[in-house]
Design a protein around this ligand. Structure first.
Ligand SMILES: Cc1cc2nc3c(=O)[nH]c(=O)nc-3n(C[C@H](O)[C@H](O)[C@H](O)COP(=O)(O)O)c2cc1C
Length: 151
């Protein structure tokens, strides 16, 4: 059994990571810090290979996924948006997301405005990629509640 946290924060051990740990609720998990990986923007020339396929290979091995993003300027981080846009490369073929129980955590400091729109994005992903989306959280109480849903 393998559980994966896709951390779309610039901080490896920040607030976003704290919320993800709450969702896993004691389950062992591996973290992919997108800040450590080079991922092209969708549609950019790919002569220079990036690390998107390698991350998808890890996702294919996972049973559960938690995606985490900080709120940047009222929205998800660019790390997450770039990753989600690139998922288009595997929609309908070589889709590693099918059947994965998936949760979303969104951290913020002042404004809660990123949670609802980012949750909506994951509901779209659920339709196209067959993830089993269990919901989203932006505080520790909600994150702890999600830990039951993702088991
Ligand atoms: C570029 C940038 C933009 C931010 N914009 C917002 C914002 O619009 N609303 C907010 O509440 N917090 C904002 N923050 C604060 C972060 O969302 C907050 O500190 C978050 O918990 C950081 O997560 P981390 O510890 O995982 O990096 C911003 C931070 C940065 C670096």
């Amino acid at each position: 059994m393998m559980n994966l946290f896709i951390n779309a924060s610039s901080h490896k051990d920040g607030h976003t990571a704290t919320l993800a740990a709450k969702v896993f609720g004691g389950l062992p998990y591996t973290t992919v810090n997108l800040v450590d990986h080079h991922i092209h923007q969708y549609g950019q020339p790919t002569a220079d290979p990036d690390e998107f396929a390698a991350i998808c290979a890890q996702i294919a091995q996972a049973d559960r996924l938690v995606f985490g993003t900080p709120t940047y300027c009222g929205s998800m981080s660019g790390y997450l948006k770039t990753f989600i846009d690139r998922m288009t490369d595997v929609v309908g073929r070589d889709n590693p997301f099918e059947g994965k129980k998936t949760a979303l955590v969104v951290s913020y400091v002042n404004t809660r405005d990123a949670l609802a729109p980012t949750d909506h994005v994951f509901r779209v992903i659920e339709q196209y990629y067959g993830i089993k989306y269990v919901g989203s959280a932006d505080n520790e109480r909600q994150a702890a509640a999600l830990s039951t849903e993702i088991r």
